[in-house]
Design a protein around this ligand. Structure first.
Ligand SMILES: [Zn+2]
Ligand SMILES: [Zn+2]
Ligand SMILES: [Zn+2]
Length: 286
């Protein structure tokens, strides 16, 4: 049995969104609890996480993450709500005590790794020497698996349908095995691209857990993110492929206040379809 923890469940602006006075944000201020959402990130275990956004520090304290034990960090794409590399600067001598053998592997597409180089290039102490920071950047190729033997995990990066910065460079989402359990975390994607559907069909994954994008809440959101009918269409097609069955735990995550739905309203809308709603701190055994 594997476990995952939702460290954040919001889209870029968070909920309540800073400066915002909309109904969802006002309800969140009033009711607190599950309505308060930090930017999306996931803990797969002590050593493995997905995404590292602007709320990483708050998540560190709130969920006692102990990042000194982090070994593998997978980044879905180079958007500021998922990838803020500044904090990695503090892995070097004088800012923290990090053992020389304690290397943090950073996995991401070209854009993610480019962002890392861009940030560190300005540092006087860098000189292209990742060892100083105990970092190891690794470029992920779509559909090419990465095996983490030490964690008994296997990762498949899939192409997302999401805002693209560079032609041909797609944001990624992840299918992974942890022990004998299989999961898919697919936020920051619209209804999947054809190459991704084809890959899912070929691999015949059987998921114990699926978490998909639902940025637009209960509205029928446009491509690039998912919500409304697109969430349901994705679930139906995964069922048709045999990737999702009655024994699959199915969740949605990455919510924007612009989706016009509180946590309770999301549950009311999606629970009848067998879809659960993520919130900050939720742990799921799968
Ligand atoms: Zn996002
Ligand atoms: Zn708002
Ligand atoms: Zn994004």
């Amino acid at each position: 049995m594997a476990q995952i923890q939702i460290l954040g469940s919001a889209a870029a602006e968070g909920i309540p969104a800073i400066f915002c006075n909309c109904r969802v944000c006002c309800e969140a201020w009033k009711n607190g609890g599950k309505e308060i959402r930090m930017r999306t990130a996931y803990k797969l275990n002590e050593g493995v996480r997905i995404d590292f956004g602007p709320d990483s520090m708050a998540q560190e304290y709130k969920f006692q993450l102990h990042s000194e034990n982090l070994k593998h960090l997978f980044i879905s794409h180079n958007h500021e709500d998922h990838w803020v590399c500044d904090m990695l600067n503090y892995r070097r001598k004088g800012f923290s005590v990090v053992d020389e053998q304690n290397i943090l592997n950073i996995y991401g597409n070209q854009g993610v790794i480019r962002q890392l180089y861009k940030y560190f290039w300005d540092k006087l102490t860098f000189n292209g020497d990742w060892k100083k920071f105990r970092l190891n950047p690794i470029v992920l190729e779509a559909f090419t698996p990465v095996l983490l033997e030490d964690e008994d995990m296997e990762f498949y990066p899939l192409n997302a349908d999401h805002m693209i910065g560079v032609p041909g460079e797609y944001p990624q989402f992840f299918v992974f095995r942890h022990g004998s359990s299989w999961a898919m975390i697919a936020n920051d994607t619209g209804y999947f691209r054809d190459d991704t559907w084809q890959f899912l069909e070929e691999k015949k994954f059987k998921f114990d857990l699926v978490i998909t994008d639902c940025t637009g809440g209960i509205r029928d959101g446009e491509r690039g993110h998912m919500s409304g009918k697109w969430v349901l269409m994705t679930k139906e097609r995964l069922e048709k492929l045999g990737c999702v069955s009655d024994s699959t735990q199915y969740y949605i995550n990455h919510f924007s206040h612009n989706g016009h739905a509180t946590h309770a309203e999301l549950e009311e809308h999606y629970n009848p379809y067998g879809i659960q709603v993520c919130y900050d701190g939720l742990t799921i055994d799968y």
